[in-house]
Design a protein around this ligand. Structure first.
Ligand SMILES: CC(C)(COP(=O)(O)OP(=O)(O)OC[C@H]1O[C@@H](n2cnc3c(N)ncnc32)[C@H](O)[C@@H]1OP(=O)(O)O)[C@@H](O)C(=O)NCCC(=O)NCCS
Length: 177
């Protein structure tokens, strides 16, 4: 697949609390095996290869988070990912995951930040998503990223019967920082 030039340019660089360096970049076809493995290990109901692959090459599509050095060179395979799409003037985060060994270092926040910046750059005004009612880690990450609860769909998830909490952040108001 030929990646659109605008998507190839999407790269964000971050430094974690422990001073390790990270980059968030648009996923490429060559990331698909790693993405499928991350999807398997992080999600109760993995999306699978075809669904993830269908978003690679889209904008915003799939971003991966990889270790890097202070010069910005990629040093290894992805340890996190996020998948998002445009819905009118909104950006929907559909999936996000960080490898269990790398959690609570701020990496989920970096993925959220990269999506927010991309959405703003493309003129989107809000960020929306759904989260399982018992997924406290994700819910906390989203609140920390400036999203608020705006609704609830009872018994939305068929595997557990959990409700879906609907959340939204206004990107024009910081979305929030
Ligand atoms: C949700 C997830 C992506 C968070 O990734 P992460 O890299 O650990 O997130 P961060 O380190 O950036 O955390 C940012 C903030 O979120 C909150 N948070 C994250 N994990 C938390 C947990 N287990 N319990 C409570 N709060 C948590 C905290 O406020 C945290 O800030 P702090 O560490 O300064 O207290 C990760 O736990 C994960 O991959 N979970 C499985 C997949 C999933 O549930 N995805 C969401 C549904 S699609």
């Amino acid at each position: 697949m030929i990646m659109r030039e605008e998507q190839r340019d999407i790269v964000f660089r971050y430094k974690a609390r422990d001073h390790s360096c990270w980059m968030v970049r648009a996923a490429m076809r060559t990331d698909l095996d790693d993405l499928v493995a991350l999807d398997d290990i992080t999600k109760p109901v993995p999306w699978g290869r075809d669904a993830i692959g269908g978003f690679i090459g889209c904008v915003p599509g799939v971003f991966v988070l990889c270790p890097s050095n202070h010069l910005g060179w990629s040093l290894g395979a992805p340890v996190g990912f996020v998948i998002a799409r445009w819905l009118g003037d909104e950006c929907e985060i559909m999936s996000i995951g960080v490898h269990p060994q790398f959690r609570r270092r701020g990496l989920g926040g970096m993925l959220m930040d990269a999506v927010k910046k991309t959405a703003l750059a493309y003129g989107r005004t809000s960020l929306i998503l759904e989260v399982r009612e018992h997924n406290k880690a994700a819910h906390s990450l989203y609140v920390r990223s400036g999203l608020l609860e705006v609704g609830r769909r009872p018994r939305y998830y068929l595997d557990t019967g959990e409700a879906a909490i609907l959340m939204r952040g206004n990107l024009l108001l910081g979305g929030g920082e």
